[in-house]
Design a protein around this ligand. Structure first.
Ligand code: ZN
Length: 247
């Protein structure tokens, strides 16, 4: 495990690259805007790695990332944080002009799934949003549908299984067809599936890339369900907790 002290920034380094504050929900465009990478862990596009001060972070319990900030430290829930990044990336495509959609791959063999009576109408309500997310489905036989293309961002999920789960969950809700709520429901389900899990050991590249992507993500401090994803602790607050008065 990376020690909290192993990768301390060198004394000559300038301000840390990631500033605290994204937890408060505001967006700080610290990195120049550039096209979003199409997959979750593409290596960063810039090559000035050597010039950048190293981040002081560690993963604990394979579930949280503790990162040193200018004023103290932030604790990040890795699943909720990554979920928010992916959610915003997908949402940007859903609201983008008609022709733009999430990068997807055509399946060589269509992945088929069965629907019960009434579920077919539910699926038909979702096909426009699904198409924007790079998911194409078509009828395959009586009560059987097939996934024909699937987004690269969701490559960890099995297409037919994902669709069955989505429709099953949707059937349990009372979401109105064509509503904004339906869009959020589909995005929630998809981003939860695509995000790194709690309990997953992350490589240094995965953590650094996630932190960089979060800098370009609005509302990264909260997961799509509204739970906090990143909580800040200032040194002042910690000093108070420990009842420090001097040395
Ligand atoms: Zn989730």
């Amino acid at each position: 495990m990376k020690s909290f002290f192993d990768n301390a920034p060198s004394p000559s380094s300038a301000a840390p690259r990631l500033l605290s504050g994204s937890g408060a929900g505001e967006y700080r465009p610290y990195f120049p805007q550039k096209p979003m990478p199409s997959v979750a862990f593409e290596p960063p596009l810039h090559s000035d790695e050597s010039a950048a001060p190293r981040l002081n972070w560690m993963q604990v319990q394979n579930s949280y990332i503790i990162i040193e900030t200018e004023t103290g430290m932030d604790v990040i829930d890795q699943h909720a944080y990554h979920e928010r990044i992916i959610y915003e990336k997908m949402y940007a495509r859903v609201v983008a002009p008609e022709t733009e959609r999430l990068e997807s791959q055509k399946l060589l063999i269509p992945d088929t799934f069965e629907l019960r009576a009434g579920q077919e109408e539910l699926l038909e309500l979702c096909t426009d949003v699904l198409h924007k997310l790079g998911i194409d489905v078509a009828p395959f036989g009586p009560g059987v549908w097939a996934v024909q293309s699937f987004p690269t961002l969701l490559r960890k999920a099995k297409p037919a299984e994902f669709m069955e789960e989505l429709i099953e969950k949707l059937a349990e809700t009372h979401i109105a067809p064509g509503s904004e709520e339906l869009v959020h429901f589909i995005l929630d389900t998809a981003s939860c599936k695509a995000a790194i899990k709690a309990g997953q050991k992350l490589s240094e590249m995965e953590v650094v890339h996630m932190l960089e992507e979060a800098e370009r993500t609005q509302r990264s401090g909260r997961c799509p369900h509204g739970r906090p994803a990143r909580i800040s602790f200032t040194k002042d607050a910690l000093d108070k907790q420990f009842k420090r008065t001097g040395f």
